[in-house]
Design a protein around this ligand. Structure first.
Ligand code: NI
Length: 255
């Protein structure tokens, strides 16, 4: 059996309303480790509750760029408190998303404050970057995010940009998109990431890999990402599972 670590899940999502207990229990049994990620204060609380229920579950807490209008001194204070929970391992997901219409200035203010929080608490960052590659990297650099490092979740940048990400002391995570037939750009990026900086994830309930694309995603499907990544890197799926498991434990300081 493979030692799989899903570094980005949302098992609190309403997509699991009908069989939540079952879906969570199955993930706890089939995966070695799972990090559930919050996108605002309530989902960060839920991610921590889950982490405190299952020994091999951990949490990330933060305010997602799509939720940046909820960012204010009070919500920041709440995230800072939640972040101190022993089962919290990261600040995230945070970042920039220019696909939707939350004002850039609002997103940047939330992002900058949460990078500062990560540095203050010495926690790695889980970064959401959608159609905002240049600004995301510039802010990570300007705000000295390299000090704590982190992961570019669901990497969608170019192969050329990988160098900059590595120089910022960040890991690169791939999910279901890597298995899609039109994923040429993502495959090329994965080729450029050294084994010791790779992570795998599902972003469940979204981004379901082939052969279950279109259905609800679940942490157990991270094995299809491991298999595809193994093919790209020319190693076995077991090796990818073990390497990404060890990388994740190192980045998120899990013993
Ligand atoms: Ni996510």
């Amino acid at each position: 059996m493979m030692n799989l670590f899903d570094t980005h899940a949302h098992l609190m999502d309403e997509a699991y309303d009908e069989d939540r207990e079952q879906a969570q229990k199955e993930a706890a049994e089939e995966l070695a480790l799972v990090i559930n990620i919050g996108c605002d204060v309530p989902t960060s609380v839920a991610a921590l509750d889950l982490a405190n229920k299952y020994e091999n579950f951990y949490a990330g807490v933060g305010i997602h760029p799509e939720e940046a209008l909820k960012f204010n001194p009070d919500s920041l204070k709440e995230i800072a408190e939640l972040a101190k929970n022993p089962k919290n391992v990261a600040i995230g997901e945070v970042g920039l998303d220019y696909h939707w219409d939350v004002p850039k200035s609002v997103q940047k203010e939330a992002f900058e404050a949460q990078i500062a929080l990560a540095r203050e608490l010495k926690l790695p960052l889980i970064i959401h970057d959608r159609e905002a590659h240049r600004d995301t990297l510039d802010m990570l650099s300007a705000c000295k995010a390299a000090e704590v490092g982190g992961v570019m979740h669901a990497y969608s940048g170019s192969a050329e940009m990988v160098r900059e990400v590595l120089d910022l002391n960040f890991y690169v995570a791939f999910g279901g998109v890597l298995t899609f037939k039109n994923a040429r750009k993502t495959v090329e990026a994965a080729e450029k990431v050294p084994l010791d900086r790779l992570l795998i994830e599902t972003d469940c309930p979204y981004m379901t890999p082939i052969p279950f694309r279109g259905k609800r995603n679940h942490p157990k499907y991270v094995r299809f990402v491991a298999e595809k990544l193994a093919e790209v890197k020319g190693v076995s799926a077991e090796e990818i599972a073990e390497i990404t498991y060890q990388n994740g434990k190192k980045l998120f300081h899990i013993d």
